[in-house]
Design a protein around this ligand. Structure first.
Ligand code: HEM
Length: 504
């Protein structure tokens, strides 16, 4: 049984784009009580002090059969986020989940999350991804951001950070994102016209998905893939399918032993999906390389790929892998976040709205850390290195202690003193911005935090502001309440059908 966070929560906490944040067996070795000799720990563990500390064996938590019962019989299969709350209520803010030989330590308070992060070491790992590594070895590909660890991960990450992490670095992407936003608006107009009432766009999440795909590929590959066209090009279809299949199968492959691969379809499908992704991605990179060779001026207009190709920080093999992995992170994280704020017509403060959406519906509901470098002390318990932690972000940002009226959508809570939402939406909230900093970490935290945060924000601000300028957006009549579900990421549980009414 796969012990990853996802399994606990029954969904994959895969990340990247943080979809493959944590999936696949994580070789967790949770020793019991013997004292550690680690000197890396930020707290003194190599003394008799550690012997006084409790260990993983003292932690409360469900047996594997109980977890399976919740998942299979109590309807938590696609409600991983709610399982965080269920277990926190039963066991308190720190508990252990068992999956055969594997253990997972869940932490569900801002203070405990901060303790894990403070001890995550110089080269934090979310979770090991042995099946990704196996594919890369099979095809002789470079490991990249997700499979590499230690100083090599750091070297790759340092090469990818520029032109991504700072606001001024992502500004040059505005014009290309605006072109993609224009295509989105054209497509919405087309779909409205096709609808019986001439206003409703069904399943807006799938349109935002195409927008997310197009937007991020326009920046990364510096080319338009045509996702928002009526006729989507063949290679683009292959790319989209490859990405979906890979993410889906990435959660299934580790569940089955290798000897089943000759008759079960999962591993073959996983390899095929990666092959398709790699093939299309390689073609796009090679096209840009040819352009750069043929036209020396092209470099000046270059965005992200040109930057990667124009310096020698990464080998060509690492550029192929990295650009593809950035794509994996950037597609449906942004688009699923865009799917929620459908009452924006009444929300003047866009940034506050996006923040509140990411609090109520964090697209990555749980994060993870596999602390490889040192032992840790968390919540008064001692853990040896190579313990897998699940950081229950959903549960923490829905906690009433951190956010008053946690289940209500209140963007005003993010406004600074002096800022006002205006009109009927002004509400004085005494606890504005009073939450613990680790109670709201939708993009993760530390050196391993989301590399695409700034690009994601830019895409969301530009898309939503343009949409709101043109339309008043509201749910269709008699629309049901849409509950989130966790399927790797947190997504709307049923199609979101929206009415787009032209503003006068
Ligand atoms: C609403 C949009 C997004 C959200 C909420 C989000 C969230 C996250 C989270 C929680 C992580 C894990 C961070 C950690 O372990 O502390 C992550 C990692 C990552 N994200 Fe995003 N992400 C978003 C958009 C994007 C975009 C647009 C890109 C691509 C440009 C991207 C690329 C990545 C990559 C490559 C990683 C792995 C970083 C590493 O392991 O060093 N993400 N993201």
């Amino acid at each position: 049984m796969r012990p990853a966070v996802a399994a606990v929560s029954s969904g994959r906490l895969s990340a990247l784009g943080a979809r493959v944040l944590c999936s696949g067996p994580v070789g967790v070795r949770c020793r019991s009580s013997s004292a550690s000799s680690s000197t890396d720990l930020h707290v003194d563990t190599a003394t008799s002090e550690t012997e006084k500390l409790k260990t993983i064996d003292d932690l409360p938590g469900p047996s594997m059969s109980k977890t399976l019962y919740w998942i299979l019989c109590k309807g938590y299969a696609d409600k991983a986020h709610l399982m965080q709350d269920l277990q926190k209520n039963l066991y308190g803010p720190i508990w252990r989940s068992r999956f055969g030989h594997y253990n997972l330590v869940n932490v569900a308070s801002a203070e405990l999350i901060s303790q894990v992060i403070r001890q995550e070491g110089r080269y934090p790992v979310r979770a090991l991804l042995p099946h990704w590594k196996e594919y890369k070895d099979l095809r002789g590909q470079a490991y990249g951001l997700h499979v590499d660890t230690g100083p090599n991960w750091y070297r790759i990450r340092s090469a990818l950070n520029p032109k991504m992490l700072k606001l001024q670095e992502v500004r040059p992407y505005v014009s290309v994102i605006l072109q993609v936003v224009d295509d989105l608006l054209r497509r919405i107009e087309l779909l409205r016209e096709k609808s019986p009432d001439k206003t409703t766009v069904p399943d807006i999440a799938s349109e935002f998905y195409k927008f997310g795909f197009e937007g991020i590929s326009a920046i990364l590959f510096e080319t338009r893939l045509g996702c928002l066209e009526e006729e989507v090009p063949k290679d683009t279809q292959r790319f989209i399918k490859g990405l979906n299949d890979m993410m889906y199968l990435s959660g299934l492959v580790p569940l089955f032993p290798k000897w089943t691969r000759s008759f079960l379809p999962f591993w073959k499908g996983f390899v095929q999906a990666w092959d398709d992704l790699s093939d299309v991605s390689r073609k796009l990179v090679e096209r840009r390389m040819r352009e750069l060779e043929q036209n020396s001026e092209a470099q000046k207009e270059g965005l992200y790929l040109t930057y990667l190709l124009s310096n020698d920080k990464l080998s060509l093999a690492e550029v192929y892998t990295s650009i593809m992995e950035l794509m994996l992170g950037g597609v449906d994280t942004t688009s699923n976040t865009l799917s929620w704020p459908y009452d924006l017509s009444q929300m003047p403060y866009l940034k506050a709205v996006i923040k509140e959406v990411l609090r109520l519906y964090p697209v990555v509901p749980g994060n993870a850390r596999f602390v490889a470098e040192n032992d840790l002390i968390v919540g008064g318990y001692w853990f040896p290195k190579e313990t897998q932690f699940h950081l229950c972000h959903y549960s923490v940002c829905h906690s009433a202690e951190e956010f008053p009226e946690p289940e209500n959508f209140i963007p005003e809570r993010w406004l600074r003193p002096g800022e006002s939402a205006g009109g009927a939406y002004s509400r004085a909230l005494p606890t504005v911005n009073k939450h613990h900093p680790y109670s709201y970490i939708p993009f993760g935290v530390g050196v391993r935090a989301c590399v695409g945060k700034r690009v994601a924000e830019l895409e969301m601000y530009l898309a939503l502001s343009k949409l709101m300028q043109r339309y008043q957006v509201c749910p269709e009549d008699d629309a049901p309440v849409i509950e989130p579900k966790t399927r790797t990421l947190m997504i709307p549980g049923s199609p979101v059908n929206l009415r787009f009414l032209h503003r006068a």
